[in-house]
Design a protein around this ligand. Structure first.
Ligand SMILES: *Cc1c(COP(=O)(O)O)cnc(C)c1O
Length: 641
């Protein structure tokens, strides 16, 4: 069934999406929760309706029962009272981290599914929600521009993770498995599958070539009598990096070197964690130089060339779509070009996109039929977005090898929902715990049958099926195109543009008190603000000043929430890691001296994530953006006092 055209009353739709800043939709949520709780009760009773109740009807009057209930109530009230100190993510006064209100369909679906407690480790424990999770993977694949029809032999595959961190681990694990597998086939002397002249060549195959080998291997296995098949499987298994461990594998293949990962200097720290976890070592995570907070394609090309010269294998090129600190968007297209050019010279590597933050921005670029919108079409809704580089980056997502995206960030779902999506599902066989030799002829049923044992492929074991249900319902209610889900990032980007404009006006207005600037024109919906009080030229003092400002913009468990006007976040801009021109421009704009050699070059700045659709309240004619800057101006005046 086609989704009806819902574009007619955009804003009316957004008004039903969330519980709301004032909990305006309390009735709606309450009705849904009660309705589906009752539904669950009937489901229990209808399992074997003739089984009598095991808990006697008079149990509730027993002393033990009542004591238990009172203890439970006591603790729940304690918890509820304590949680009143929580950060008010739902409020348009919250401009801090990457979180906002929760989508009602996701919240309701999760509450609905929780008492059924499905475990998406396998279909045995989650007959329904495992399929929903596989569908979520396909929905995300479509949004990102990967093939999403399971009948296609190279259809994409995606699954949920606890967050972007674990999705990034999965990307590293898959990249390493794809590199090492052709070497194992050589070592096992599998007839016809000993690719490359030597181990080095085998280790430097492209992901595509490696997946093709894997499929040939599976097809060849299928032709063997069962006994022989088991022998060959064991023989290859014994040579795999996953069997031997990195140390022993490398020792067996002296031509190989531990591969490096190239990622922008500002990449999320999950990359450092991942390098440690896989035993590759943080030293193998090489920072890419950035310009205007995006990876500089020339620096990328130069680094890859340098690796080639040193015969240094490259595990992955990591592009970030929406950096955690600035929302900036790497030139994914250039990453793919560099990957392809390197492959033609014999250095195979993959491109992984860390779109934990920015993944859902792709909905703005997607038509309901799945096709890509042109830059002018997308830009029709905005003042400046999308920069040509941003459009090119999103358009290139389909060329990448794998992508991380976080439904619990711009997907407005509760925490515990990240996702890993890879371009070609065949690669996943290499991550399987236990043999994965489903030989499929391109039928949807085979695809589902293979991945229903999800826990064999994921890093986590037991996994929340309720989360998959929530993501699935959200993606069905709000299909991942610009007409539907895209209305949310549209509000977000519009608010970011309004915030940027307001920040420039603010800078002009407070010029008698302080120098202020937006350090980099935002690519998406995060806007940072650097501030230095007039008369100061020392970076340390400017940072201390902004820290003091920020102290009023965050939770203080010692003080009631209501004393806080606004919530924002802060980050440290490492000036010595910036491109020289960027750093000089920024220092000049703020009237700061360059940091003395050897001194701390970190400049503390304010960081704002603009996710809340009610930052500009049209109903009451209130702009929380304007109120925020008025607040900030007052605070700066008071601090300079
Ligand atoms: C948030 C984020 C991560 C980590 O995701 P979690 O869900 O917090 O584990 C990784 N990369 C980027 C770019 C992010 O913004």
């Amino acid at each position: 069934m086609n989704a009806p055209d819902r574009s007619v009353s955009d804003h009316g739709m957004i008004d039903a999406c969330f519980l709301g800043p004032y909990a305006e939709n309390d009735n709606l949520l309450e009705k849904l929760v009660v309705e589906f709780l009752r539904d669950h009760v009937y489901w229990r009773r209808n399992f074997h309706p003739a089984d009598p109740p095991a808990i006697p009807t008079h149990a509730a009057s027993g002393i033990g029962y009542q004591r238990f209930e009172s203890r439970m109530r006591h603790e729940l009230h304690q918890l509820s009272a304590a949680l009143k100190q929580s950060v008010p993510f739902h409020s348009p006064r919250y401009l801090g981290h990457m979180v906002s209100d929760l989508l009602l369909p996701g919240l309701a679906a999760q509450i609905l599914a929780l008492p059924y407690n499905p475990n998406n480790v396998s279909e045995d424990a989650a007959p329904i929600t495992v399929d929903l999770e596989i569908q979520v993977g396909l929905q995300l694949a479509r949004m990102l521009g990967y093939r999403n029809d399971p009948r296609q032999s190279d259809c994409a595959f995606g699954h949920l993770t606890s967050g972007g961190t674990v999705a990034n681990f999965q990307a590293l694990r898959l990249a390493l498995a794809l590199k090492a597998f052709p070497v194992a086939l050589r070592a096992a002397r599998v007839p016809g599958l000993e690719s490359g002249h030597d181990d080095r060549e085998a280790f430097n195959l492209t992901p595509k070539a490696s997946i093709a080998l894997l499929r040939q291997w599976q097809q060849w296995l299928a032709t063997l009598p069962p006994g022989e098949r088991t022998q060959w499987q064991a023989r290859v298994e014994a040579q795999r990096l996953e069997q031997l461990g990195l140390g022993a594998f490398m020792a067996r293949h002296p031509l190989l070197r531990t591969p490096v990962v190239l990622a922008p200097a500002s990449a999320h720290y999950s990359w450092s964690k991942g390098m440690k976890l896989l035993g590759l070592g943080r030293a193998q995570l090489l920072p890419l130089r950035q310009r205007g907070m995006r990876t500089d394609p020339e620096a990328l090309e130069a680094q890859v060339r340098a690796c080639e010269r040193d015969q240094q294998p490259v595990l992955a090129l990591v592009a970030v779509l929406g950096t955690t600190e600035y929302g900036s968007i790497d030139p994914v297209d250039a990453f793919c070009d560099v990957r392809d050019a390197a492959a033609s010279r014999g250095l195979g590597t993959c491109v992984h996109v860390d779109a934990a933050w920015g993944g859902y921005l792709a909905t703005l670029f997607r038509n309901p039929d799945g096709s890509l919108r042109g830059r002018d079409e997308v830009g029709g809704d905005f003042k400046r977005f999308p920069a040509p580089e941003v459009h090119a980056a999103v358009a290139a997502l389909g060329r990448t090898d794998s992508i991380t995206v976080d439904p619990h960030k711009l997907g407005y779902l509760p925490y515990g929902a990240g996702a890993f999506v890879c371009r070609d599902h065949n690669a996943m066989a290499l991550l399987s715990e236990g043999a994965d030799y489903v030989f499929h002829g391109g039928e949807t049923g085979d695809y589902l049958a293979r991945f229903r044992s999800l826990g064999r492929y994921t890093l986590e074991g037991s996994r929340p099926g309720a989360m998959a249900a929530a993501a699935h319902v959200v993606h069905k209610v709000l299909p991942l195109d610009h007409r539907n889900f895209g209305l949310l990032p549209r509000e977000s980007i519009r608010n970011a543009e309004a915030f940027h404009d307001a920040a420039l006006r603010f800078a002009a207005e407070i010029s008698g008190m302080a120098h202020a600037c937006v350090p980099f024109p935002p690519d998406s919906n995060l806007v940072c603000l650097a501030i230095n009080p007039c008369g100061n030229s020392d970076i340390g003092k400017a940072s201390a000043f902004v820290r003091e400002l920020h102290d009023e913009l965050r939770c203080d468990p010692q003080r009631p929430l209501q004393t806080r006007e606004f919530f924002g976040s802060a980050t440290v801009l490492q000036l010595d890691a910036l491109d020289g021109e960027d750093a000089a421009r920024l220092l000049a704009a703020l009237s700061l001296q360059p940091p003395a050699a050897g001194s701390d070059a970190g400049l503390v700045i304010l960081r704002h994530t603009l996710m809340n659709p009610y930052l500009v309240d049209h109903e009451n004619g209130i702009s929380y953006i304007e109120l925020y800057f008025q607040h900030l101006a007052r605070r700066i005046g008071a601090l300079r006092g």
